[in-house]
Structure formats: C-alpha cells, structure tokens
Design a protein around this ligand. Structure first.
Ligand SMILES: *Cc1c(COP(=O)(O)O)cnc(C)c1O
Length: 368
C-alpha cells in the first residue's frame, strides 16, 4: 500500500547522518535543553528570519505557550479557523479562553483579511492564522499590519508551512510570534515530538523560555504562572539540525509531486489544489484535492493500493466535545470543504513511478 507519507523512506535516506547525530548526543551525556537545542534554535530562527526560536515539546504547546506569552488569559476570546484539525482550538481551550471561529477562502482554504477584520471588530484578544496544507496565506503581511494597527497580537500557526515564503519572506516572520511543530510527518520533522515558538521579540522569547520550564526565573525559583515542562530534547534537536539543510530541496520535491498531479490528473470529479505554479509560497505539506464524492474516490484508491486521508473531517465548531455550544455558528466554506477534501500521497522521497501510480489510479476512477 502506498501511504500518504513514508517515514521509513526518510529515515533510510538520512541513515548515516542520523546515526552520527545520535552518537554525538549519547557521547555528550547531555540529553535535554543543551548545546544541540541551542544550536538548532539559532539555525532555525535564522532560517525563518526571526530573532529567536524557543524549542518546545510539540506544536500544540507552541500554540498554547505562544498565546500565553502574548498575554492571552482565561475568559478572553481568540480567533482561529475551524478547518485546521482543532490544534489551535485545543491550545485556546487549555488557557481557559474561547475560540472565535473564522471561515476560510473556498479556493485556498486559508483565512482571509475580511474574516480577520470581522473578528477584530468583534473584539477578540488575539488572532491565530494557519498556513494550511503548506499554503502561505497570501495576505499575511496585510493581516499582520491590520492586527498591529488594532493592537491585537497575531500568532501564525506554521506547523504545516516550514519554509513557505511570501515575497521571499518566510511564514513565521510576519506575526508577533509563530508556532511550529516538528512532528515526524511535518515538512521539517523530528523522529519524535518537537515544536518551537519563533519570534523577533526578545521579551516574548524569554517568556516562552520560562513557560517551557516550570515558570522559572532562575533554577527552582518559580515566577511565571501558566507554565509547565515542555522542553525539546537533545536527540530531536540534533536530528532537526540534520534535516534543516535539506528543507528547501525537500519542499521543492513536494511541490514537483503536486505539480505533476496538477498537470496530469484529468478528472471532471476531482479538483486539484489551487497554488501558483513553482512559487515557494506553497510547500505542499499535504496534497489536498476536492471531490463531491470524496468517499467514493477514497474507496477506489484503496482498491488500487493507494492510501489517502482526510484533513480534516470534522470542523472544530462541530467537534463532539462542544455539544451545542457552537450550534448557531455557521462557516459555510469550512463546513462544505470538510465533506469534500481528500489528501493524496505526497512526500519528498516519492518516486516518479509512485507519482505515476497515483495519477493513473485517479484518472481511472469511474465516479458514480
Ligand atoms: C501538527 C499541527 C499542530 C500540532 O502539532 P503537534 O506537534 O502535533 O502538537 C498544530 N497546528 C497544525 C496546523 C498542525 O498541522
């Protein structure tokens, strides 16, 4: 079965440098928040084009601790989209704040300037925008300017957009802070969990660094509330330093896979993702197509030995944990997309033959 990604293929490709990195860490005897973490933090901050990177245990912590560092408190409302897998909503809820949902553009599936303007008018305390599926939000600079003009902090969720750029500038460098995940399947992924907050504010970075380690201002001296243990370990940081130099080339290969799909999948019932040609505003984290008979397409692909997945089947405001809380909220594009989206295999190590296999299988689908 061809899956939507293959970590075994990645591990095989990097086998020697992985072994070297792990041997270096075990030989050093330093396992948590040490020189490897510091080195990766500096390299990744420089890559994104921001002043600081604070390594964390995972991307959801990055969202939560990022929002806490931005001053979000219990009882406040924080804007987020509802089509991005519930991660931001989970972080917002963990603070005791309430999500205020934005709808998305039906073509690009990311949030729009108009929706951000609407929630700012509604009085949210912070805004989270998500560069979904690897698509940088085209309007991100305008969104950042609008939030800044209103004095409302902006957090970019870059967990699916490592290396995506707008006019040469990396996503994660536009907002007050950005949250990254290094979950293994992300464009920049560790071999375990990891995450980071990136920011150009020294003060914010210092706060996140305190929040990731019990709220300490000095060892065993607890100053900040809302903290926890959310450290990045040395092995993951060393591995991320192995993978980071390959990120741009890997993103280009991902893009080439989607470009091949876009130019050779010819099916009236399947709509390919909207992205602009070869530009690096899209890093193809997930190749998400749309179909009115999504489940039919999925079953057909499975019969052909091709795995697929749905990102994401349940919009946040319809998640069972909310019960009737958001029953009156209507997000027409988000709700419609949840029934139509399907993720096809797309990862840097995919062979041309595997790409051909997916294209042929989709083209052969006899939609009902
Ligand atoms: C993966 C992901 C996260 C969460 O990252 P974890 O490391 O799994 O906690 C947050 N936001 C988006 C959009 C993601 O895809």
């Amino acid at each position: 079965m061809l899956q939507i990604n293959s970590l075994a293929a990645k591990i095989g490709r990097f086998e020697a440098p992985i072994q070297q990195a792990l041997a270096r860490v075990t030989a050093s005897g330093w396992l948590v928040l040490g020189p490897e973490v510091r080195q990766f933090e500096q390299a990744f901050a420089a890559y994104v084009g921001a002043g600081y990177c604070v390594g964390l245990a995972n991307g959801t912590d990055a969202l939560e601790l990022g929002l806490r560092a931005l001053g979000v408190a219990s009882g406040q409302r924080v804007a987020t989209v509802a089509n991005a897998g519930m991660y931001a909503s989970t972080a917002i809820l963990a603070i005791g704040a309430a999500p205020e949902f934005m709808d998305v553009d039906p073509a690009t599936q990311v949030t729009t300037l108009a929706e951000v303007e609407r929630v700012l008018d509604a009085g949210v305390a912070a805004v989270v925008v998500t560069h979904l599926y690897g698509q940088a939000i085209r309007d991100i600079a305008h969104i950042a300017a609008l939030c800044a003009a209103r004095g409302v902090p902006l957090l970019e969720d870059c967990a699916q957009a490592h290396g995506a750029r707008i006019d040469g500038r990396c996503t994660g460098s536009f907002g007050d802070a950005a949250a990254f995940s290094f979950y293994p399947t992300k464009n920049l992924g560790a071999l375990g969990d990891g995450g980071a907050v990136v920011t150009s504010s020294e003060r914010l970075a210092a706060r996140v660094a305190q929040l990731r380690q019990y709220g300490w201002s000095a060892k065993y001296q607890v100053e900040l509330a809302g903290a926890r243990n959310s450290r990045l370990d040395e092995m993951q940081a060393a591995l991320l330093s192995v993978f980071l130099p390959a990120l741009d080339a890997d993103n280009a290969r991902r893009r080439a896979v989607v470009r091949a799909y876009a130019s050779r999948i010819r099916h009236a019932g399947v709509q390919l993702p909207a992205f602009d040609g070869g530009g690096d505003s899209y890093v193809a984290h997930l190749c998400v197509v749309r179909s009115l008979d999504r489940d039919g397409l999925r079953a057909h692909l499975r019969e052909q030995g091709i795995g697929s997945d749905v990102h994401y089947p349940i919009p946040d405001h319809r998640q069972p944990l909310f019960g009737e809380r958001f029953a009156a909220v209507r997000l027409p594009h988000t709700e419609r997309l949840a029934g139509e989206v399907l993720t096809l295999p797309c990862y840097p190590e995919m062979t041309d033959a595997q790409v051909d296999q997916v294209i042929e299988a989709v083209n052969q689908w006899q939609a009902a």
